[in-house]
Structure formats: structure tokens, C-alpha cells
Design a protein around this ligand. Structure first.
Ligand code: ACM
Ligand code: ZN
Length: 613
């Protein structure tokens, strides 16, 4: 009923609009499923009322997020009137209407007289507000009062709903540790992009980060490593400084609450059977017992000291998960499962006799048995498991979901077996890979994987049948922090590439690189105001020299910023707006050095980059 009335109201208001060029560009990330801009604006003012049904505290909180921003940037907030919005249909204002829409969906109709928000559920209303924030001038994200800004929303019609239910962003808090305050900011920025799963990597060889009351050593001791490798994992240099950090259970509860208010579910990851060295250093009886001494790892990589599948290990893990279930109300928990070397199991008398006793073929089947046994326990407590694609080795646990990181293959196999899959393939969705020329970027894992590569990746493999494609439930961007010791470095590596993954996860609109980059350029102004230390390679030329002959190479230069032209020199001089215009691949010889910059209207927009033979 409400829906009909709303359509009637909005038709009258929309029809008055003509189709002239708009002077308020819209750039929403992720792109809504349907968006049509109309002429005119709706202006937010001190007196603008928001009509909302009474008694829904989550809706009030969601409006509160809008008001919080307005209060800071505009110096006023909107008046919230808790009454049936339809009784005020003839008034000017913002109307929130409960409608029969799918989960997380919303519609927006903005005309000079009204903002109509239809939402399917609380998440839908929250996402409508995120879109409204992105329709306002970017100054809305400022922390302090912005003078002389008109708080206008461009008239438009938007219909929006997610492409996938799982839109995730991962953060490894083990290789490096990050404060709860930073995690809150991380979640805020995720939520702005309609990303709804925070995959929290909490246990590793290099540190255990989650307080477990029953096993206090895990954090008393297991949070610490005695030093950290400097440079890449095999440099052989160490800093000599103890490194630690962990989250108390109170902090976890606080973060879970904070995230849920922003419609973000936290998926905790407790690694098993590998990546367990920090736990084993605290409780050596969990290992195969082949060594005299176990220590939390001090460099990155894969370690052979893994959990031994014996009763006391299962008791330990079940106890740990019992506390995890108390802390995290989520149905889904991540059990890791990746990179478990089998060398210790091969040498361990217990493991070998277990393989015989169970009639297993090899250590891969032992791993599968280990995970299936944990799945049974976790299912019995009302939870489901997801694991990295190595959990396919030796046979997938009956109800497991797979997070496909080793390229697409694991995801394809799992979907073909009718298991749900989250696509997080390396290197396409690995945010720890270089995003620009490694020669001028900070140390990273590999790559480069550019913004454009991420944007163009299709997370639904073509080889799947249409039935199998239904098992792809979402996407995730992975942030492994070997080379990200600070929050600023995390943000630098994650953004803006995560914008591309968020768009793949949410947007049902067709991919369009030009639209995306136009929106992104506006969007970067939002990230600036939010104090996100994103990478600005978007404005820089990316020079690549391709193999040709002994004396020649073919140079290509690209830039992401839309409408930019690239100017370059070959004699080492600084490019200006008058330098040679890049029009396509060209040849250089050994004597030449390519120096390039991007320009718009005669002004340089990014850094100068160069490349030598
Ligand atoms: C992984 O990157 N080891 C999942
Ligand atoms: Zn063993």
C-alpha cells in the first residue's frame, strides 16, 4: 500500500523535470543498479524534517549517522519526526518508508520538494543513507564546519540492491597489530562502500591476538614475537624489537557492536591446522612434539609446526571456538585451512597411526578429517565454517563454504560441488600486491595488480554453468600485513583498489571503466576528508617497458584519471604541458629515459614518473 502511494507522489514530482545537462555530477561508489539524474536539487536545511515510523531504534540510529555528519560539516542536524510518514505526504522533507524490497535493498527518489527513501530492511535504510551522503557535496565528510557549501542533493531516481550477499574485506591483524580505534575507522570506510563482512584474521604463526580466558598464555605469551624480519621474508635482517598486541574480549564485544550498527558482520578467523606456531609456542603439547622448543615466528611465510590431530588439540580448539561463539554472534566462522605443510605429520607416530586407524590414504586426507571433525563440532553449536581453498584437499567438509584464494580453481571446484564460495583470488583481489610500478612503490608481496586489473576482474568464472554460478555468494579483498606495519600503510594499499572490489560485490550495473573512474575521482575527495591515506597512483602515469630487441624496448604509458593526457620526454627533462603527447606505444633505445606526467587543461595532476632501459 505504502509503495503505491509513494509512486503516485513521486511521479508527480519527477515528471516536472526536464533533461538538460546537470551541473552537479553524481559519482556513487559502488554504482547503484539503476540511477537516473534529473534536473534540480533538494536542499538540506536546519528546518528539513525527517519522517520515520515511530519505535524503530535502528532506523533512528541510521538517521543519526546522517545527522552526525551534518552536525560536524554543516553545523546543523535534521529534525526527526516519529510519525507515519504518509500522514505528512504533502509536506517538504525526507520520508523513510518501509517497503517490500529484497534484503539490503532501497530506492531513492529525490525531487526539489522531497526525498523519498524506500527500504526493505534496516540494512537497506542504512545503505540509502550511505548513498545520500555520497550525493551530498564531498564536504559532508569533513570533520569540521564547512562554510559556504550548499547542502544539495541532485534530483534523481535510484533503485538499488546488492549483487552478492557477501561483500567482504579482510584484515590480517597478526603479522601486524592494529588498534580497535583503527578497526572502527576501517569498518566505517567499509560501510560507506556497502561492504558488509569484516574478515578478522586473529591467529597466526607470528602472533595470537584474541584473548581466550581458558588459555591465558595465548595472549600473555602468544601475542609476542621476539623480533621482526626487516625487508622481505628472506632478507636475513631482524629488528631486535619485541612485537605484540592483542584484543581483550571486552574490546571484541565493543567492535562487534560497533560493526553491527553499521550492518557489518565480523567473521573471525581461527587458523587450523596450520599457521599455528604462536599457539604451539604457548602450548607445545598441541604439536607433533618433534622439537624441543617452539617460538612465535619472527619472519613471514609458512611453518611446518602445525596442530597435531590428537584429542587434546581438539579439546583446545573446541574450547577456543566456544569462547569465539560467545563473542561473535555470526553464523559463519573462518577456520583458515590454508598452507598446512605435512612434514610434521609424516614424521609423527601419532599422525601416522591415526592415518592407518582411520583408513586414510595420506596426510591430505588427514587434513580433511581434521577439518571435518572441527566442522562437526562447529555445526553442532549452530555455526558454519568457511575456509581457504586448501580445505578442498582430501575432500571438502559437508557444509563448508570455500574462500577461493589460490586463483579461481578452488572456487570453481567448490561451486561445481554445490558449496558456497567467496571469491578472494590472489593476485586479483590481494591488496598486499603492488598497485603501481614496484620500482617506485613501497615493498609489497608481488604484482603489480592495478586498480584497473581489480576493476575488470569478473568474480563469477565463465566456466561455471548458470546453476553453479548461484554458489558464488560474494567477493572479498584480502589485506595481509607483512609489509603494512602502520594504519596509513594499510589504507594506502587498500584504497582506492577496494572501491573496485566493493563495486564488484554490490553493483548490478554493467561494468564501465570510464564511469567508474569519473565517480572515483569525486569519491577520492570523500576519502580525503575522511583522512584515508589512500594511494594516489590514480593520477600518475604508469610507464611499462616491454621486451623488444637487445637495443630497443617498446614503451606503453597509461593513467587511470579520466580525461587526462600524458606528456613525456626521452631526454631526462621534466615533462610539461607542451612535451610530446602520448598517443600509443613507442620504441626507445638504450640511451633514452622515459619521463612522463599526466595533465589536464595544461596543469599537471599527479607525480612525474620515469623509467630507464
Ligand atoms: C592465504 O593467502 N594464505 C590465504
Ligand atoms: Zn602429529
Amino acid at each position: 500500500m505504502k509503495r503505491f502511494l509513494l509512486v503516485a507522489i513521486s511521479l508527480v514530482l519527477v515528471l516536472g523535470c526536464s533533461k538538460k545537462p546537470m551541473d552537479r555530477p553524481i559519482g556513487i561508489i559502488p554504482q547503484p543498479a539503476f540511477l537516473q539524474q534529473e534536473e534540480g536539487v533538494f536542499t538540506l536545511e536546519k528546518t528539513t524534517p525527517v519522517y520515520v515510523d515511530a519505535g524503530d531504534s535502528s532506523l533512528l540510529r541510521t538517521i543519526g549517522f546522517l545527522n552526525e555528519r551534518l552536525e560536524k560539516a554543516a553545523g546543523f542536524s535534521l529534525k526527526v519526526i516519529q510519525d507515519d510518514p504518509l500522514r505528512h505526504g504533502q509536506e517538504k522533507g525526507i520520508f523513510l518508508l518501509d517497503a517490500e524490497l529484497s534484503k539490503e535493498a532501497y530506492n531513492l527518489e529525490i525531487t526539489p520538494g522531497r526525498v523519498l527513501i524506500e527500504y526493505g530492511d534496516g540494512a537497506g535504510a542504512f545503505y540509502a543513507v550511505q548513498t545520500i551522503l555520497q550525493l551530498l557535496p564531498t564536504e559532508i565528510f569533513a570533520e569540521n564546519r564547512q562554510r559556504g557549501v550548499r547542502w544539495e542533493l541532485p534530483c534523481c531516481a535510484i533503485e538499488d540492491a546488492p549483487r552478492f550477499p557477501y561483500r567482504g574485506m579482510h584484515l590480517d591483524c597478526c603479522l601486524h597489530f592494529f588498534s580497535v580505534d583503527f578497526l572502527k575507522k576501517y569498518i566505517d570506510v567499509m560501510a560507506l562502500h556497502k561492504v558488509n563482512r569484516f574478515h578478522w584474521h586473529l591467529t597466526e604463526d607470528q602472533g595470537w591476538r584474541l584473548e581466550i580466558k581458558k588459555y591465558p598464555l595465548l595472549t600473555e605469551k602468544g601475542q609476542w614475537r621476539k623480533e621482526t624480519v626487516i625487508g622481505s621474508l628472506s632478507s636475513g635482517f631482524y629488528d631486535g624489537k619485541p612485537y605484540g598486541g592483542y584484543y581483550t574480549q571486552d574490546e571484541v564485544r565493543e567492535l562487534v557492536r560497533y560493526a553491527s550498527e553499521r550492518y557489518v558482520t565480523i567473521i573471525p578467523e581461527i587458523e587450523l591446522p596450520g599457521h599455528a606456531l604462536a599457539a604451539i609456542a604457548c602450548y607445545p603439547e598441541l604439536s607433533c612434539g618433534l622439537e624441543d622448543h617452539y617460538e612465535t615466528a619472527t619472519r613471514w611465510g609458512i611453518f611446518k609446526q602445525v596442530y597435531c590431530p590428537k584429542e587434546e588439540t581438539f579439546k583446545f580448539l573446541e574450547d577456543v571456538f566456544d569462547e569465539v561463539f560467545e563473542l561473535f554472534p555470526t553464523e559463519l566462522v573462518h577456520i583458515g585451512g590454508d598452507e598446512c605443510p605435512k612434514v610434521s605429520w609424516k614424521k609423527c607416530p601419532h599422525c601416522q597411526s591415526l592415518i592407518k586407524k582411520l583408513g586414510l590414504k595420506d596426510e591430505f586426507e588427514l587434513q580433511s578429517w581434521f577439518i571435518q571433525r572441527m566442522e562437526k563440532y562447529i555445526n553442532s553449536k549452530g555455526h558454519q565454517i568457511i575456509g581457504w581453498d586448501e580445505i578442498l584437499q582430501g575432500g571438502l567438509a559437508p557444509n563448508a563454504k570455500v574462500m577461493s584464494w589460490l586463483g579461481e580453481e578452488g572456487g570453481i571446484k567448490a561451486a561445481q560441488q554445490h558449496h558456497e564460495v567467496v571469491m578472494a583470488p590472489y593476485p586479483k583481489y590481494y591488496l598486499d600486491y603492488w598497485q603501481a610500478d614496484p620500482e617506485s612503490e613501497p615493498l609489497a608481496m608481488g604484482g603489480p595488480t592495478t586498480l584497473r586489473t581489480m576493476y575488470e576482474y569478473n568474480p563469477v568464472p565463465e566456466v561455471l554453468t548458470s546453476d553453479e554460478r548461484r554458489y558464488i555468494i560474494g567477493v572479498e579483498g584480502c589485506v595481509w600485513t607483512e609489509y603494512m606495519p602502520t594504519p596509513a600503510r594499510v589504507e594506502y594499499m587498500a584504497w582506492p583498489r577496494m572501491c573496485a572490489i566493493a563495486e564488484a560485490g554490490w553493483s548490478k550495473a554493467d561494468k564501465d571503466w570510464n564511469r567508474f573512474t569519473r565517480s572515483l575521482e569525486l569519491h577520492l575527495g570523500r576519502l580525503d576528508r575522511l583522512g584515508v591515506a589512500y594511494c594516489k597512483a590514480f593520477f600518475d602515469p604508469f610507464i611499462e617497458l616491454h621486451k623488444d630487441t637487445e637495443y630497443s624496448k617498446v614503451a606503453t604509458i597509461s593513467v587511470d584519471a579520466p580525461g587526462a593526457e600524458i606528456r613525456y620526454t626521452l631526454d631526462g627533462s621534466t615533462p610539461t604541458a607542451e612535451s610530446r603527447l602520448y598517443e600509443g606505444p613507442f620504441v626507445i633505445n638504450r640511451q633514452q629515459r622515459v619521463t612522463a606526467a599526466a595533465f589536464r587543461e595544461g596543469k599537471r595532476i599527479g607525480d612525474i614518473k620515469y623509467k630507464i632501459f
